[in-house]
Design a protein around this ligand. Structure first.
Ligand SMILES: [Zn+2]
Length: 201
């Protein structure tokens, strides 16, 4: 599939002009580019909001380089279908795991004797086989398996979130799902910093 990438920053006129010109070229789908480049989150959301009305409703929309789990839920609410992001594996390599309640720094002393999986209801290989305490040990002695297992968990967590979003849309309960997800999800400073680093890259 070939996608046209809508640019134009947070300028509504440039976004409109770019989107309309691309739609005339009849691509398979349309990407919203020029987001996640270090701008504050409200500006990123605004860039998506001003672009979306000009994209065909029956073709896929792709938000480039986004985002956290909570941002994905919010962007789906704004009409986005597809994402790509380094965040799940990048923060994993810093020892951070995403959960429904936000992210946790598995390296921290708080998990020294925590014999639960990263997330109780997660079906990933890491959660089925290892405790937080053991993963913490791996991370703190520099054993690469720890980083791999956090990457496995974070990637699965993202996929599960999208699976749940699709199911809730089909069931007509997305608004409820969105409210509950965003209420429970608390982003940490560490992830905010990682997001800023991605923007600066
Ligand atoms: Zn898991």
């Amino acid at each position: 599939m070939v996608f046209g990438i809508v640019q134009g920053g947070v300028d509504p006129h440039l976004r409109e002009e770019c989107a309309k010109a691309l739609v005339q070229m009849n691509f398979d789908g349309y990407a919203i580019g020029g987001v996640s480049v270090g701008e504050p989150e409200p500006e990123m959301m605004r860039a998506v909001e001003i672009t979306e009305p000009f994209l065909p409703p029956n073709q896929p929309r792709y938000a480039m380089g986004l985002g956290t789990p909570a941002q994905m839920v919010e962007l789906v609410a704004r009409g986005v279908d597809m994402f790509d992001c380094v965040l799940p594996t990048r923060v994993a390599r810093n020892g951070t795991a995403f959960t429904r309640k936000g992210s946790i720094s598995v390296k921290g002393g708080a998990y020294k004797a925590d014999f639960r999986p990263i997330e109780d209801d997660c079906d990933c290989f890491a959660c089925r086989n290892f405790t937080r305490a053991y993963l913490r040990h791996l991370l703190n002695v520099g054993e690469i398996l720890g980083l791999r297992m956090l990457s496995v968990h974070n990637t699965r967590m993202y996929l599960r979130t999208m699976e749940e979003i699709r199911a809730s849309i089909s069931a007509g309960t997305f608004a409820e799902y969105r409210r509950e997800f965003v209420t429970n999800y608390v982003p940490t400073q560490k992830v905010l910093l990682a997001r800023a680093a991605i923007g600066e890259r």
